[in-house]
Design a protein around this ligand. Sequence first.
Ligand code: FES
Length: 167
Amino acid sequence: MSLEPDVESRRKFLSRLSLGLSALAGAVVSVPIVAYLLSPLLRPAQRQWRDLGLVDNFRIGETVEVAFDEPSPLPWAGQTARTAVWLRRTGPVEFTAFGLNCSHLGCPVNWRPDAKLFLCPCHGGVYYADGSVAGGPPPHPLIQYDIQIVDGNRVQVLTRPLTFTQT
Ligand code: FES
């Protein structure tokens, strides 16, 4: 028994539509995964000196958040291409730069000058002024970045990829 031509052509159409939608769904799911797996190749140069401004923009003894652009942002990064460090001027040309992100799961930490502590709002992580862990779940101190002074008056930070570990 053969199907009527209308029914058969409708079946073929629905079958092709189903295959097309399956291929589209597969692409929607796989493109971000492939992009993530290839991201180390797409962003090879993450260690770069980034300018933070003039030395005299910072007061000795103060810790301030200083924002800068990621060295090699992905084209679709948008606002996330902007990052920052906690910068402390400790002398005429001496600085310390701490990573913004908690070593637990990466939430941005806040500097509390009154308590002289970095506090993480996510799970209560606490860091001393030198970046070492004072309490809570963070397994490691805050990342510290290398700093250099160029042209005698500009502060630069050497970026590097973030790493997080769970305990
Ligand atoms: S992310 Fe900071 S304590 Fe968990």
